[in-house]
Structure formats: structure tokens, C-alpha cells
Design a protein around this ligand. Structure first.
Ligand code: CMX
Length: 441
């Protein structure tokens, strides 16, 4: 069965579960809110629902119930590759089913038809100053695609229907995930390769085509597939996923929603941390290792200098995770299993940071999680393959994150989630409830 038909069946079967929960059990209490959560970024408050992925603080992410190794093992592989295609992962994220090879081939073929980016999108990006951050370019590109939004057109058609609205979100979502790598490759070539553009190769899957468009090696095809899958989703409370969900909840179409999500991803405490890691490591080498080899002692000193100057150590810590991020471990394994990469000087420095940073953060005693997250390891792989323009790394994250965000809002519409609108209180109210030992209900 084609992906959209399978999804239609799944959404229709699922809807009664959500309806029943709201109608019959709507007042059942599942959490409480403390003052520190209210002021401290809503940490750990259970107030979002998604079945696309779940983040356990100890174990890390599961996509549709599967760990990262289980996901990689279960999905059909790209031709001559150990890794699945991004298209097969998309099928899996949307439906929860492992697709057959024929179903994957169908999605690959379908994305080819959706990949065509209108010229005005390229023109809008090209009109920006060349030295603007590439995340601005990507966000502008997403927003410019809005003109073609099928959901927006449906809403304005006078025939809007809550039960079928998801189908138009789905159409936009598929267009967006098929087009975003093409736009990212265009940005890369525009910004760093003198605007020498490479056309799409219609024979290649998404990851392989991205590698081809940015002039990368055969080996990089797997790097792209792995990277986009690993960065796709991290349940729905992180800034990029939550922003996309929030903006779409106002029935803003997927392009408006994801452009906003990307703007959140561009923050240094979120996706920009991957460029910050490279920046930190390069500055460390420049400052401390001009004439000597990096050592654990020098790294420890540099980490303390960073902390003492009031900055965070990029790539370490997490709002939910309390162990090393399995996305970090998956990329580290890739490095260790790739001859050349495992002996790469930059990988050795990153590996040394892994040995000492958790101890330094623990000794400092502030971070609840001293272990590395996804961003601590991703840049070194890109660097090794010659993609050395590290301000581009968050764009790569944005290409991958589109998969999770788009799968999530397709389901949001399928299940008819409401416009999101939490309630504010004043500081005086908090002070009053604090004095009274809690709010009286
Ligand atoms: N370096 C230094 N201090 C850190 C730290 C780090 N890596 N991680 C946390 N802390 C500090 C916090 O800044 C906070 O300090 P204050 O009390 O002075 O404000 C304290 O430790 C407690 O923070 P926390 O509860 O452990 O962490 P939060 O949930 O508030 O923040 C995160 C989570 C990721 C923003 C934070 O760990 C951080 O800034 N890490 C570095 C940036 C980074 O790698 N971000 C990428 C995360 C993954 C992603 O989204 O891509």
C-alpha cells in the first residue's frame, strides 16, 4: 500500500484513542507544576504528546519504539550501503512500520517528483548578503516555499475540513522534506563554492543526492544518511520541534512552522552547538597547541578557562538526558570503524575531551548532565570528509530535523490537536502561592 494510504488508515484507527482520552479521562491528573519549573523553562512538565519518538533520560532516544541500533538494523538499506535510506526512515517515522523495499522505492520515486524548487526561492536566498549565516538562508528558503503550500490553499478554499486537513499538511511535509536538502546544497555551493551549482541526480536517494550536489565522495553518502536520520527527532519538547508544533497549532502551514523551528535550532544552546564545538576545538588548538600536541591536561585547562569565563562547554549537557547521548555514541562508533577517521587528529582531540569534560563539569557541580550530546561528535565527521565550513553544520542539522518536525505536525493535524496556549501567571501570584505553601485549588 502507498505511504499516504497506509497513513490514512493508521490515523483513522488511532483517532478514537485520542478522542476517548479527552472525553472520558480528560480530567485525570498526570503531572504537577512547581515554581522552579515555571521559571526554569518548563523542564520535565508532561504536557506534550507524540508517538513519533520518546526520549528516556537514561537510555536516550527511541524512534517509534526502536533504539538507534535497532532502527538502523531494521530498515531496508540503501544500495551497497550499511545504512538505510532517509526515505525508508521517513516511512517508518510516519507510520511506525518498517517498510518493504518496494515501499521504500515508491517513496524515493515520489520525492524525485517533489524535489523541484521554484527559481524564486533560489533568487530570494541569492539576494541575501553572502556572509549572512547559512541558517538565515535556510529559514528564508523555507519561508519562500510557502507560496506553494497546499495546506494554506486548502484552508483558504472555503472547503476546510478538520478530518482531512492532515492530508494537506502531509503533502506540504513531503514536499518540504524532499526539497530541503536541495536548498541546503544550493546554500552550500552559493556560500562556499563560488555559486557553482550541481544539478540533482535523479537516480540517487536523498542522502546520496545531497552528497552528489555538494561535490562529496562516495563514502559521504552514508555519512549524510546517518546524519539526517540521527538528527531527525528527539521527542517534541526540544526548541525546534516544539516551535514547529506551536506555530503549526495556529494552523500556520508547514513552511511557516518549520522556518520558525529552524530559527530556534539556530540558537547556541540548541542546534548551533555543533558549530560551537568545532569553533571551541579550533580555538583551543590555536591557543594551547601551537607547538605541542594536545593533551588531557591542556584540554582540562581550556575547559576550566571556558567555564570560568562564564561560557558553557558546547556539546555537553542536556535538558532531559542524564547519560551520554546514544547519538554521540553512534557517531563515535562510525569514527572508530572508519579507517583514517579513527586516527584523525581532530577525532583524537574530541575523544580526549570526552575523557575529561564530564569530570570537569562534575567537579564544577552545576550541569545536571556532564555527558556529551549529539553535537559534540558530529562536526569532526564533517570536517574529516572535507566539509570544513563549520557555520554550515547547523544547516545539516536542520535538514535532518525536518523529518521529525514534519512527521509530528502531520500527526498533530491527523489527531486534531488544539491551538497551543498555556496560561501565564504573574510574579506576585507566585510570591503569594509561595507564602501560602502552594496554590489553593
Ligand atoms: N557547560 C557549562 N555549564 C553548563 C553546561 C555546559 N555544557 N550544561 C549545563 N550547564 C549549566 C547551566 O548553564 C546551568 O547554569 P546556571 O545555573 O548558572 O544557569 C546549570 O548548569 C544547570 O543547567 P542544567 O539544568 O544541567 O541544563 P539545562 O537543562 O538548563 O540546559 C543545555 C541544557 C543543553 C542548554 C545545557 O546543558 C548547555 O548549555 N549545554 C551546552 C550547549 C549544548 O551543547 N547544546 C546542545 C544541546 C543538544 C541540542 O539541542 O542540539
Amino acid at each position: 500500500m502507498a505511504l499516504k494510504e497506509t497513513l490514512k488508515q493508521k490515523i483513522e484507527e488511532f483517532r478514537p484513542r485520542t478522542t476517548k482520552l479527552v472525553k472520558e479521562f480528560g480530567k485525570v491528573i498526570i503531572d504537577q507544576v512547581n515554581i522552579d519549573q515555571c521559571i526554569g523553562g518548563a523542564r520535565d512538565i508532561r504536557s506534550l504528546v507524540t508517538d513519533i519518538s520518546y526520549l528516556d533520560p537514561q537510555e536516550g532516544i527511541r524512534f517509534r519504539g526502536k533504539t538507534i541500533p535497532e532502527t538502523f538494523a531494521a530498515l531496508p538499506k540503501a544500495p551497497n550501503s550499511k545504512y538505510p535510506t532517509v526515505e525508508s526512515f521517513w516511512y517508518f517515522l510516519l507510520t511506525g512500520d518498517v517498510p518493504t523495499q518496494a515501499q521504500v522505492d515508491e517513496v524515493v520515486a515520489e520525492w524525485k517528483g517533489r524535489q523541484v524548487v521554484p527559481q524564486y526561492v533560489f533568487d530570494a536566498i541569492r539576494a541575501l548578503p553572502r556572509d549572512i549565516h547559512p541558517m538565515v538562508m535556510l529559514s528564508v528558503g523555507m519561508l519562500a516555499l510557502q507560496k506553494d503550500s497546499k495546506f494554506y490553499a486548502f484552508y483558504g478554499s472555503g472547503k476546510f475540513n478538520k478530518m482531512t486537513a492532515w492530508e494537506y499538511v502531509y503533502e506540504d511535509a513531503c514536499d518540504l522534506v524532499a526539497r530541503i536538502p536541495v536548498i541546503a546544497a544550493f546554500i552550500y555551493n552559493l556560500k562556499y563554492k563560488g555559486d557553482k551549482q550541481t544539478p540533482i541526480d535523479p537516480k540517487l536517494d536523498m542522502g546520496a543526492n545531497f552528497a552528489h550536489m555538494i561535490g562529496q565522495s562516495e563514502e559521504y553518502k552514508d555519512v549524510a544518511r546517518m546524519y539526517f536520520i540521527l538528527h531527525s527527532d528527539h521527542e517534541s519538547g526540544n526548541v525546534s520541534a516544539h516551535t514547529t508544533h506551536l506555530v503549526h497549532s495556529a494552523l500556520s502551514d508547514p513552511y511557516y512552522a518549520y522556518s520558525a523551528g529552524l530559527n530556534g535550532l539556530a540558537g547556541p544552546l540548541h542546534g548551533l552547538a555543533n558549530q560551537e564545538v568545532l569553533d571551541w576545538t579550533m580555538k583551543f588548538q590555536e591557543k594551547y597547541c601551537k607547538n605541542v600536541e594536545p593533551t588531557k591536561e591542556l584540554i582540562t585547562k581550556a575547559l576550566w578557562d571556558t567555564l570560568n569565563s562564564g561560557q558553557v562547554i558546547p556539546g555537553y549537557g542536556h535538558a532531559v538526558l542524564r547519560k551520554t547521548d546514544p547519538r554521540y555514541m553512534s557517531q563515535r562508533e562510525f569514527c572508530l570503524n572508519t579507517p583514517g577517521l579513527k586516527d584523525d587528529p581532530l577525532f583524537k582531540v574530541v575523544a580526549m575531551i570526552f575523557e575529561v569534560a564530564p569530570g570537569v563539569l562534575t567537579e564544577q557541580g552545576k550541569a545536571k548532565n556532564p555527558w556529551p550530546n549529539v553535537d559534540a561528535q558530529s562536526g569532526v565527521i564533517q570536517w574529516y570528509y572535507g566539509l570544513r565550513e563549520w557555520d554550515f553544520y547547523t544547516v545539516l542539522f536542520g535538514v535532518g530535523r525536518a523529518l521529525g518536525c514534519m512527521a509530528n505536525i502531520t500527526w498533530d493535524r491527523g489527531l486534531g490537536y488544539a491551538i497551543e496556549r498555556p496560561k501565564s501567571v504573574t510574579t506576585a501570584m507566585l510570591e503569594k502561592w509561595a507564602a501560602e505553601g502552594g496554590r489553593k485549588f
